[in-house]
Design a binder for this molecule. Structure first.
Ligand SMILES: [Zn+2]
Length: 83
């Protein structure tokens, strides 16, 4: 392996290892909450489409509560207005 390759591999590994769900800030998470709730209410695989947001929700109670409320509202809207 050349020096350049091992260096970029090290950087890639560093990025993977240092990326933690809690590093996604509540602000960023909030921006994606609506999208995540919409995907999930449609039965899409939201966890694999937006893994970081999903992980943040598991680690952050305030975002989780906001998300649950949003999801409940979306599901209610869908059940009263079926497509
Ligand atoms: Zn949060």
């Amino acid at each position: 392996m050349t020096e350049i390759q091992s260096d970029s591999l090290r950087k890639l590994l560093h990025r993977i290892l240092t990326t933690r769900p809690e590093e996604l800030g509540c602000e960023t998470c909030c921006e994606e909450l609506g999208l995540l709730a919409e995907l999930e209410s449609r039965g899409e695989d939201a966890a694999s489409l937006l893994p970081l947001v999903r992980l943040h929700l598991e680690n952050c109670q305030s975002c989780n509560e906001e998300y649950s409320a949003l999801l409940t509202a979306l599901k209610e809207a869908q059940s009263t207005n079926p497509l």
